[in-house]
Structure formats: C-alpha cells, structure tokens
Design a protein. Structure first.
Length: 342
C-alpha cells in the first residue's frame, strides 16, 4: 500500500482528504466540516459547536507561556470561533492529557485563566475529561454557542464588489512570539538572564493573552449588519482570505497601505529585519475578525470603531491579489500557521 506523508498535504489538505466523503445523515446537522463552527438545528434553535486541540511543543512552549495565560488563551481561541460565525458562546468542555511533571497547583493556575476568559464572555464550563499523558500537556476544548436563524455567517457568502474588512491590527501576536523565542534562545545560553521586554508589552499581550472580538459582533448587531462572510484570523490574513474566496468562489484585491499594523509591530519587524506586511499577512494568532459586507454599507462600516476596510471581493478569475504601496500587484499565498507541516 502506498504511503503518503501527512506533511505533503498540510493541515487543511489533511482535513479535506479525511472529510471529503462525509455525508450528514441527521436533519439536525445543518452545517458540518468547513467553517469556524458546525451548526446544529433543533427547530428554531441553532447550536454552534467548535473544538480545538493544543499540544505542548507544537502550539505552546511552557518555557515562556505561564499556565494561567495558557488557560485563558485556550478558552479564548474557541470562543473566537463562535464569534466568527456571528454567534454567542455559551458553554465549553475541557479535556486534558497531563504528564507527571504537573502538580495540582499547576492545573489550578491553568483553570484560573480559563475561568477568567469564560467569565468575561458569559461562558459556562459544563464538563470534560482528564487522562495521564506520556508527552507533556495536551488540551482539547469544545465550545458550544447559539446562533439566530438568518444571522449565522459562513465563509461562503462573499460576493463580487463586497468590501473586505478586518478588526483591530495584524501581526502583533506573531512578533510577540518571535520576541519570546529570541529571549528563550538567549536564556538557554546565558546565566543570570533577564529578558528585555520594555516597550514591547503590547506584542507580548497579543501573543499570550489574545481577546475574542465580542465587541465587533456587538457593533455589527447594533448597526443591523449581517456580514456576507466571516472568519477569525487564527492562521494569518492570507490564509483566511483564501478560505473565504475558495468557499465563496470569488477572488479579492487587498491594498497593502490599508492593512492595519500597530507601531510596536512595525518597529519590532524592522529590528528583526522582517517585512512587516509579510508578518501581517502570514503571522496568525491575531484572532481578529475578517468579514465581507455589501458595497452599499461602505459609509456605515467605515465609521465603526476598530474596523478597517482593506479591499474588496472580485470575480474568481481575477484571483487573490495584493496591491502594493507602489502600485504593483502580488498574488496572495497562504503561508500562515500550519501545525501539520511543522
């Protein structure tokens, strides 16, 4: 039997390969694999379900990630997926694989962070499981949420001429990770080491304590806006644009000068000799909301605090393009986080 290496497919290729033949049998299974959350329909009620697996050494490094922050982030990345469907998170279940090197006090710190994230978003912890592990810490969290009929937003609704919008700023979480990795490498070869994080607190916060954008979902609801497509930026802007365009059968044009980048991100990228636009496009873990709205909503959306119009949707044959500051064109490629290919 022929052997195919998993790394040859990548994370999303593997998901597509394993799930391409799945047929939904139950009427209540309204939407399965392919979005930020599954949608289950029970009469007038819509239940959103998402799950994430976090593995020590792949998704986090406890050399520089405090357990309390890890608990907070583990909950927040799932909560963000529910908001990306224009839903409201309600419950989570938490399953842990725990090696012998962790104490009860360690796990208490993890849960303190997790409970804090849940408290901020009105989410209940309703169950889970624990097991012994031979390889460090494994975290699996499932989040359930509610969605209203006609207001759940998928990735496949973007239309030609729609505006492409993103919340917040991009690239800071990736630069925070690079900063932590640099300080770790210095620490491993130096005694009496003290990390240098002065003036870079925002980058660290974006990496260690990301915030799901409930405020943006609230803003959209307050303005009566239901996006045509939406996704959260977990794997990088390019990757998320590719998801929306592929599932909507459209292309897009993004303008480099409109991509929102924080000053600390730009400064740190310069210090690391990195192209800041590449960082913003491919860094990932920003957990901002990327969404599309009809062109006629331009004036309304442009006035929304924390929302940036960065481009527009085009016909599929035009592809995914980035217009550079000097007027050139570059084809967007998804080079974001891919845990399978690491």
């Amino acid at each position: 039997m022929e052997r195919t290496e998993i790394s040859s497919l990548g994370e999303f290729g593997l998901i597509d390969y394993l799930t391409k033949d799945i047929e939904l049998k139950n009427e209540s299974s309204e939407k399965g694999v392919g979005d930020d959350a599954a949608v289950l329909s029970y009469g007038n009620k819509k239940t959103l379900v998402t799950t994430d697996l976090l593995l020590e050494g792949i998704h986090f490094d406890l050399m520089y990630v405090p357990l309390k922050h890890l608990g907070y982030k583990s909950a927040m990345v799932n909560i963000s997926d529910i908001y990306a469907m224009n839903g409201r998170p309600r419950q989570i279940t938490v399953s842990l694989g725990i090696s012998k090197r962790f104490s009860v006090e360690d796990l208490q710190l993890f849960y303190e962070g997790l409970y804090l994230a849940c408290q901020q978003h009105g989410v209940d912890v309703v169950g889970g499981d624990t097991s012994a592990s031979l390889t460090g810490l494994t975290i699996s969290i499932t989040c359930l949420g509610e969605g209203e009929e006609g207001r759940i937003v998928y990735r496949n609704g973007a239309k030609d001429t729609d505006l492409v919008c993103v919340s917040g700023d991009l690239g800071a979480a990736f630069m925070g990770l690079q900063l932590l990795e640099r300080e770790k490498s210095v620490y491993e070869g130096e005694e009496n080491f003290e990390p240098d994080f002065i003036g870079k607190e925002y980058l660290l916060e974006r990496q260690l304590k990301p915030e799901a954008r409930k405020d943006i979902v609230d803003l959209l609801a307050g303005e009566g806006i239901v996006p045509t497509a939406m996704i959260d930026v977990s794997d990088g802007l390019s990757s998320e644009l590719k998801h929306i365009c592929k599932q909507s059968n459209v292309g897009c044009r993004i303008y480099e000068e409109r991509i929102p980048i924080d000053y600390q991100t730009a400064l740190q990228a310069e210090q690391f000799n990195m192209n800041v636009t590449t960082v913003a496009l491919n860094g990932g873990e920003d957990y901002e909301l990327l969404f599309t709205v009809p062109l006629y909503m331009h004036d309304k959306v442009s006035k929304m605090k924390g929302v940036h119009i960065i481009g527009h949707i085009t016909k599929e044959e035009y592809g995914l393009m980035l217009e550079t500051r000097d007027g050139g064109e570059i084809a967007l490629k998804a080079q974001g986080w891919d845990s399978i290919g690491q």
